[in-house]
Design a binder for this molecule. Structure first.
Ligand SMILES: [Zn+2]
Ligand SMILES: [Zn+2]
Length: 373
């Protein structure tokens, strides 16, 4: 058998590639773009698969949180998409961390490496965000992303993908990494501690898988859709609560026999989610907000202060959480690919996005796959 590495000279890299670019809001068109050149500490990745994320849908319609040189990303020849995996096909100068032919998944943010936050490992909160001149990149946010055939990536954003992990599953590494980062910022000492995950979107479901793999007990998932709650059970939830049928706080108190939990990972963005989370944790408990409501909401701060409750927010997947999530997935500690529901080819990105946006056919993770193998 000839391995991909043995064929390292076999990657014919064309001068141009197919790439989707954002015109006016919600206007995507497929164009030919030059294939980018990797610089120092960068490689060229042939993209093999990319998942559609709710943030992509937000960017297409409203621009933010993407920003190109400080401006909204419309009509700037910008290629969105950030949850991708692929094959290393060309190395930039001095790169020896990866080899041509390696399968990799990427995290979104390459920090600048020189600001205080990057030095602390909080590179998703880089103080030089969006400044390419200082080395910062964020795939599909401030630099070109993955709805294309090729992309350049900094080696510090890449994680190896085991040979036996399907492309579709590898696109979920960054989603699981985001959930992992949420557990990290709350302290990460969760074996034997109770956690509630609120919301059954991709991050919530991956949050269940990661928390269980790290030994949390019990893991309680709340949501509104039975099919997804059932999926949460198969990902490791000890108990699930349909909040249409039962008050979420009362259910958590019932399940924990009045003790409450140590942690809440809030992934629903529901307007009252923080107030409810505060009543799910016990005194001194910790809440991480991984989603947020569209408009400002009233919060019972007195309750939070009086009970010494810690509230954290996360942006992206810092502190190499993606690497740890990938390790759990490589060890088959939870079955991430369960949340992958639909696949489309590169030519059908707008359809893929429509499936994700309108949740057609109960779509959870919609993946665009570049080739059939
Ligand atoms: Zn995403
Ligand atoms: Zn930085």
């Amino acid at each position: 058998m000839v391995t991909a590495k043995a064929q390292s000279n076999a990657y014919q890299i064309p001068r141009t590639m197919r790439a989707w670019v954002l015109g006016n809001p919600d206007e995507l068109s497929l164009v030919e773009k030059p294939v980018p050149e990797p610089g120092p500490a960068e490689v060229l990745v042939r993209i093999d698969a990319i998942a559609v994320c709710a943030t992509d849908i937000e960017i297409l319609r409203h621009g933010l949180p993407a920003s190109i040189e400080g401006e909204l990303p419309f009509n700037k020849n910008f290629t969105p998409g950030h949850e991708y995996m692929g094959t290393v096909v060309k190395l930039g100068p001095s790169v020896d961390e990866f080899e041509i032919g390696d399968r990799i998944a990427v995290e979104v943010h390459a920090g600048c490496g020189r600001c205080q936050r990057c030095r602390e490992g909080m590179y998703t909160s880089c103080l030089n965000y969006g400044l390419h001149s200082k080395g910062h990149r964020a795939n599909g946010f401030s630099t070109d992303g993955g709805f294309a055939e090729y992309a350049v990536n900094n080696v510090n954003t890449m994680v190896h993908v085991p040979d036996d992990m399907p492309d579709e599953e590898a696109t979920l590494i960054v989603t699981a990494g985001t959930a992992m980062y949420g557990l990290d910022v709350m302290g990460g000492i969760i074996a034997g501690e109770g956690i509630v995950v609120t919301g059954t979107g991709p991050i919530g479901l991956m949050g269940v898988g990661v928390a269980k793999a790290l030994g949390a007990d019990p893991v309680i998932l709340t949501g509104t859709r039975d099919r997804r709650l059932e999926m949460g059970r198969r990902l490791g939830a000890d108990a699930v609560v349909n909040v249409n049928n039962e008050d979420a706080v009362a259910a958590v108190q019932r399940i924990t026999r009045g003790k409450g939990v140590q942690y809440v990972l809030e992934c629903s963005g529901a307007p009252n989610a923080l107030n409810e989370a505060a009543r799910m944790v016990n005194r001194g408990g910790r809440i991480c907000l991984a989603a947020f409501p569209a408009a400002p909401v009233p919060v019972d701060l007195a309750y939070i202060v009086r009970n010494n409750i810690y509230v954290f927010g996360i942006r992206g997947e810092g502190k190499s959480a993606t690497h740890r999530a990938a390790a759990l997935m490589a060890q088959r500690r939870f079955d991430a690919k369960m949340i992958h529901t639909h696949t489309f080819p590169l030519g059908e990105v707008p359809t893929a996005i429509r499936y994700a946006r309108e949740r057609i056919d109960d779509a959870i993770k919609v993946v665009v796959k570049m080739r059939d193998n």
